[in-house]
Write a protein that binds this ligand. Structure first.
Ligand SMILES: [Zn+2]
Length: 416
């Protein structure tokens, strides 16, 4: 059973009570081994950091899934096609879910991305011979073997739409489903956060969070990241498309998380976001363990071109499979290298996830993650000096925020 009574009871009642409730919540979480077990079958997901990917990548990533600490969230497939049935029958120990992901256009009917409205926060398939309800969409996922069903939520840009999604989902009283909340980043900013928190607390059930891309300014991240942590400490939260926030949040009380295998799967695509210019660069994005960020393979090869011996060498299970001495990361140059880049990234962050999940307490999880990010920030300087760069490589702003914010939120209060 979920035990959330010690959290704030009303996020809207800002002030001393809400703040001291939250402080008590942080104090309680700090010494615990694991977050609360969420209500219902979502309990199966507790303490997992899963891989979020497309159906076409299932076979690729399956050998790299940690059966105890991971699993699959499969984006935007039609459960009736039987792909998951195959997965379930052949590999019963892989825990998986299906995200209809209508919010980013990779949905079952192949239509454009869907923005939620107050009247229709969820999109159900049209054009079938019989009418399909929200409950049917969820049941189809369960029949396909999913651990818990995920709602076909549209992208949520306002508090009113968030309220409507929560109300509709509550009315359904489905016993084995999780509300997917693909939120515009502004709903986690200072203006709306207390309302967002109150609405999600009102749900009284687990929430799967997807976020539009976090903007780059460090100031913005220094506001949003603490709010995300408050969310993780207050409601049963599973960040499914939030980049490496999944790790930061699992280190601050989220019961589970997921990390995407491609740039577009690592966060939700905000319909108002300008699409990135089409890149003709065929090299894949490569996770550089030392920097805790992804660079294009061609950028790694270029930057370290003059000092090949200084090119980062990786010892993950993928990179050391062919060479026990590991391999350099300058080797990912063509489209054909994409699959290897994907499994290299999973192998690398899975070790971070394992270290986080196996830490003695949740506070220890947070201390580990902050240190990893601090090391990543420092390595930007180390690499810059190795390469004699006039202008230092700049860490990505969330990594910088994770490295510089106090590991445990109550430390802020203590230092204030
Ligand atoms: Zn590797």
């Amino acid at each position: 059973m979920t035990n959330r009574q010690d959290g704030p009871t009303d996020g809207a009642s800002s002030g001393v009570d809400a703040r001291s409730d939250l402080e008590a919540r942080w104090a309680a979480l700090a010494t615990r081994r694991s977050p609360d077990v969420p209500d219902g079958p979502a309990a199966t997901l507790l303490n997992r950091v899963m891989v979020y990917t497309q159906a076409s990548r299932i076979e690729l990533v399956r050998p790299f899934l940690d059966r105890q600490r991971s699993g699959l969230v499969i984006a935007g497939v039609n459960p009736r096609k039987g792909i998951q049935l195959d997965l379930a029958s052949r590999d019963r120990d892989v825990v998986f879910m299906i995200d209809p992901a209508v919010y980013d256009g990779k949905d079952v009917e192949g239509k454009e991305k869907y923005t939620a409205t107050c009247d229709a926060p969820f999109r159900v398939p049209e054009g079938r011979l019989w009418s399909v309800s929200l409950g049917d969409v969820l049941d189809e996922q369960l029949e396909a073997g999913a651990a818990t069903a995920l709602t076909p939520s549209g992208f949520i840009a306002t508090i009113d739409v968030l309220k409507a999604a929560v109300e509709k989902f509550k009315q359904l009283k489905h016993s084995n489903a999780m509300l997917v909340v693909p939120l515009h980043i502004s709903l986690l900013g200072p203006r709306y956060f207390s309302q967002t928190l109150a609405v999600l607390q009102h749900l009284e059930g687990p929430v799967a969070l997807a976020l539009g891309r976090q903007g780059d300014p460090l100031d913005q991240n220094k506001q949003i990241i603490p709010n995300l942590r408050t969310l993780a400490a207050t409601i049963p939260l599973m960040p499914i498309r939030t980049d490496f926030n999944a790790l930061d949040l699992v280190a601050h009380g989220a019961f589970a998380g997921a990390i995407g295998t491609g740039g577009s799967l690592r966060h939700a695509i905000d319909p108002t976001e300008k699409p990135f210019a089409f890149s003709k660069n065929p090299s894949p994005s490569v996770l550089i363990p030392e920097l805790a960020c992804f660079w294009k393979g061609s950028k790694i090869a270029e930057e370290f071109g003059a000092r090949p011996g200084a090119t980062p060498r990786c010892f993950c299970t993928v990179c050391s499979a062919q060479n026990p001495g590991g391999q350099r990361l300058s080797r990912f140059l063509s489209r054909d290298d994409q699959e290897e880049a994907i499994v290299h990234a999973i192998a690398v962050w899975s070790t971070w996830a394992r270290d986080i999940l196996d830490a003695p307490t949740i506070r220890d999880r947070a201390i580990y993650w902050r240190k990893r990010c601090k090391d990543a920030v420092d390595h930007h300087t180390i690499f810059s000096r190795l390469l004699n760069r006039l202008e230092e490589f700049k860490p990505q702003s969330p990594v910088e925020a994770w490295a510089t914010l106090p590991a445990w939120p109550t430390d802020v209060v203590a230092n204030a």
